[in-house]
Design a protein around this ligand. Structure first.
Ligand code: ZN
Length: 564
């Protein structure tokens, strides 16, 4: 007898096969039968023609800290996600010495736009090492399956302390870091993650520690994957990191390399395609390289209190470590403004978030009623109307409102023809939701719903079967996730039931539900009918199931075994 049979569904197998009408049986958390399911069941659900696919695997999240206070990993499971990979870009919270806890949180605040009050109030520190962190998640439970990277910046801070964001490592320090990376991999990490991106700055405006690593350090640490015989190398690369160097690492270690963050930039429209072409060439030579792309336009809602949008600019550096009155004076400073203006309109840099497209920066909410006339106007409009330069117009409005003005900027990935070509590219990996991070700036945790609604139904760029494969089977294959990402007998019953005619993301709204009263943006799910993790239904038409939460049922697993 099956525990559950879902009848009359449009089955998308996660491998890209043509959809078929059929049933699916679940027994003890596993798929027990697919196609025409005979026999009785404790529970039967008529899908009435809705689509059923494997649960979405979100390979780029930052739930490391959030999971310690929110094992539900809100909002991902309600958006069809049944497995999340954490620790991306190397921004983990383990390993961490007790004395470094506040520093690690302050770095996260800066680099991933998480509120320090939220992190301090929420994060539970019942671990020091990576194995202890995985152990804690296991004891506490998780609503979805979680796999975690060993994070370079945390490993570096653990070994080098205050010097981590300041200098290259010595041979002895590299040896200590190797031990930590190997220990993490042997305890079940899914790989090793790092960042060389200039957008990644930590506390006090210092670079995130991994940015100080030289090639020798990177080679040694990525080499741990070969030594352990497992794991993926993921990095978010800055302009100075070439795909050729990454190909060398892939060749030396024989391990897959995931290259992030390939976002289309109107100021340098070829760059992302050049990178993808280099990645394809490496694949032709037998290496496993994948370009991590996003299917969502990158928009950020920000205030000048914490303008992540501009903090990667070299010219913004003098403002990064300032606060209060000094910071406001810097924003007023003519010299500072001149340098920022010159940089955003100067030679395009592929990894730069903002490139002077002032017609794509909106005044989302003014902070004072007398400025209501600028509501929903672009900064370009405002500049035209007042005869001011756009940067001056934005900064002056913000300063007049004690920096409370909320702006919304459409930064990257706004050219739909380009994004369509990236989605169709044979070596691209749909990724970069950044779920769990940048909570006040944007929320792309529902990237899968956007792919199925916008790119499949509205734009017809992918078929339903292709999109399901990109969100499940392809990702499972890249990361060696066993027994998931496919509708087949013996596979985990991680399932996502949805209506192809309505699936998508609702309008974004701001909610205040974080520890210490923090706010975040959410985009509610549309067309979601059911999400099952290891056979347990965690979400239905109304969202996360309250009865499951009341019963403290957390059906996810910490994944520690991966295919080599
Ligand atoms: Zn990231």
């Amino acid at each position: 007898m099956h525990d559950l049979v879902i009848r009359n569904a449009l089955l998308l197998d996660g491998l890209g096969s043509a959809p078929v009408r059929g049933d699916l049986g679940v027994t003890q958390g596993l798929i027990s039968s697919v196609g025409e399911v005979k026999g009785s069941a404790k529970e039967t659900l008529n899908a009435d023609g809705l689509a059923l696919m494997p649960g979405i695997i979100d390979n780029h999240t930052h739930y490391d800290a959030q999971l310690t206070w929110d094992p539900q990993a809100s909002p991902s499971p309600a958006l069809g996600v049944t497995t999340a990979i954490i620790g991306n870009c190397g921004f983990t919270i383990a390993p961490c010495r007790p004395a470094d806890r506040d520093l690690i949180l302050k770095n996260l605040t800066q680099v991933e736009g998480m509120s320090i009050d939220v992190l301090r109030a929420g994060t539970r520190w019942e671990f020091e090492s990576v194995p202890e962190f995985f152990g804690m998640l296991e004891r506490q439970g998780v609503a979805l399956n979680v796999a975690g990277f060993v994070g370079h910046s945390s490993v570096r801070t653990y070994v080098m302390g205050e010097d981590a964001p300041r200098r290259a490592a010595t041979a002895a320090e590299i040896a200590q870091m190797k031990d930590l990376v190997l220990g993490g991999l042997r305890a079940g990490a899914i790989g090793f993650a790092t960042s060389t991106s200039p957008n990644h700055n930590g506390h006090g405006g210092l670079p995130m520690p991994s940015r100080l690593a030289d090639d020798q350090e990177l080679r040694a640490l990525v080499g741990c994957l070969k030594e352990a015989g497992r794991g993926v190398f993921m990095l978010t690369k800055g302009g100075q990191t070439g795909v050729d160097f990454l190909e060398e690492l892939a060749a030396d270690t024989g391990r897959p390399v995931v290259v992030a963050a390939l976002l289309h930039n109107n100021a340098n429209p070829r760059n992302v395609f050049d990178d993808l072409e280099r990645i394809s060439a490496a694949n032709r030579r037998g290496r496993r390289l994948y370009g991590a792309i996003s299917c969502c336009p990158l928009t950020m809602d920000f205030t000048l209190h914490s303008p992540y949008t501009f903090e990667g600019l070299a010219a913004w550096k003098p403002a990064l470590s300032l606060s209060g009155k000094e910071y406001r004076l810097k924003l007023k400073d003519e010299e500072f403004r001149r340098a920022v203006r010159a940089e955003v309109t100067g030679t395009p840099v592929a990894t730069r978030l903002f490139n002077g497209e002032w017609d794509k920066v909106y005044v989302e909410n003014v902070g004072r009623p007398q400025n209501a006339k600028w509501q929903q106007q672009t900064v370009a409009d405002m500049a035209r109307a007042t005869g001011a330069d756009p940067l001056d117009a934005m900064l002056d409005l913000a300063l007049a409102e004690d920096l409370d003005t909320e702006f919304s900027a459409l930064l990257l990935n706004s050219d739909e023809t380009a994004v369509a070509a990236m989605l169709r590219h044979p070596h691209s990996l749909v990724s970069l939701s950044d779920a769990g991070a940048h909570l006040t700036l944007f929320n792309d945790a529902g990237f899968g719903l956007h792919l199925l609604g916008h790119w499949v139904r509205e734009k017809k760029v992918l078929s339903l079967a292709q999109a399901a494969r990109k969100l499940t089977g392809d990702t499972a294959a890249v990361f060696g996730i066993q027994g998931r990402g496919k509708l087949a007998e013996g596979y985990a019953a991680d399932l996502f039931l949805f209506d192809p005619a309505t699936v998508g993301r609702g309008a974004k709204k701001r909610v205040q539900d974080l520890p210490a009263g923090g706010t975040r943006l959410i985009m509610p799910p549309l067309g979601v009918h059911g999400v099952w993790v290891n056979g347990e239904r965690v979400a239905d038409e109304r969202g996360m199931r309250a009865e499951l939460q009341r019963a403290h049922k957390l059906p996810g697993r910490v994944l520690r075994e991966f295919l080599s």
